[in-house]
Design a protein around this ligand. Structure first.
Ligand SMILES: O=P(O)(O)OC[C@H]1O[C@H](O)[C@H](O)[C@@H](O)[C@@H]1O
Length: 290
């Protein structure tokens, strides 16, 4: 997956999946080449910021439960509800490591790439094959994740997202600020509503908020606030499966729903992205502890 020389603080992993491990004075983390998947990030002296299921399936070509799955080029089962795999092909494709550096302060700067021509055409028959994706990761005290989509000679039309799972001390003592007044579409009822105040959790939650705003995940159990700034994302999906859906999801433990919330930067449905031939699109999240 790579023949580039790795600096001190970044080592290759070959099991359970190929990838790299970051271990510097600023942070530790794991990135798998399967899906360019950031499976772990823990800034020095902190609880893990990303949540990963103990039952995650770590096999090439399989989606990983937790961390930051990439969502591209469709959301869920796509506009017709028939697309597989769920959330598209980026998270189940094998990416290449293009760059790995570590700054003097211990921030790892990593770039992974995926060439459309290398992806099984059967996975997404409607896509032209000359697109290219890059994931730029800056992992230190702050985590910056940028997905860049480059169109080839044809126009590209897609949905995209960073489907981040955030670890929290207790979902009952967690709220998300930054969405007050935002319109949302409720995926559980197909209804629409407007958010009043902070988002708190009392049951299964699966909403697409029309909002470009910065989010704050306030975690009263661990007494910390995660700040999630984003660029190039018109919507935020907030998801927690709660009891029944967690129990029905094979790669989630029965009690896992209490330990995480997904706050996803996305462009889906009416906010799908159109990139002209030769153009590019960037979506990013910058995650810090305040
Ligand atoms: O199970 P996955 O394909 O990883 O999807 C997990 C979740 O992703 C998003 O948050 C969707 O809005 C949810 O409806 C979905 O259940």
């Amino acid at each position: 997956m790579t023949d580039i020389e790795l600096p001190e603080g970044i080592t290759l992993l070959d099991a359970p999946l190929a990838g790299i491990k970051v271990d510097t004075p600023a942070a530790t983390g794991v990135i798998y080449f399967n899906g360019a998947h950031i499976a772990a990030w823990t800034p020095a002296g902190q609880h893990p910021v990303l949540w990963l299921s103990d039952q995650a399936i770590l096999e090439p070509g399989k989606a990983i439960r937790g961390g930051i799955p990439l969502l591209w080029p469709w959301f869920g089962a796509g506009d017709d509800g028939q697309h597989t795999p769920m959330h598209g092909i980026a998270r189940v494709s094998t990416w290449n490591l293009l760059r790995a550096k570590v700054s003097p302060a211990g921030t790892a700067n990593i770039v992974l790439g995926l060439d459309g021509a290398a992806v099984d055409p059967g996975l997404a028959p409607d896509l032209p094959r000359d697109y290219r994706l890059e994931l730029h990761i800056s992992m230190g005290k702050t985590l910056i994740v940028q997905l860049v989509v480059f169109a080839g000679d044809s126009e590209l039309f897609f949905e995209d997202g960073l489907h981040s799972y955030f670890a929290v001390g207790d979902i009952h003592k967690t709220r998300i600020e930054g969405l007050d007044g935002a319109a949302y579409s409720d995926r559980l009822t197909d209804g629409c509503a407007t958010q009043q105040g902070a988002v708190s959790f009392e049951g299964e939650t699966d909403r697409i908020y029309e909002s470009r705003e910065t989010l704050r995940i306030i975690d009263d159990e661990w007494n910390r606030t995660l700040l999630i700034e984003k660029v190039g994302s018109a919507q935020s999906v907030i998801w927690n499966p709660w009891i029944a859906k967690a129990a029905a999801t094979p790669d989630l433990g029965d009690d896992d729903w209490q330990e995480f919330v997904c706050a996803e930067a996305v462009n889906v449905r009416d906010q799908s992205v159109n990139v002209e031939p030769g153009g590019r699109h960037l979506i990013s999240q910058t995650i810090s502890i305040i």
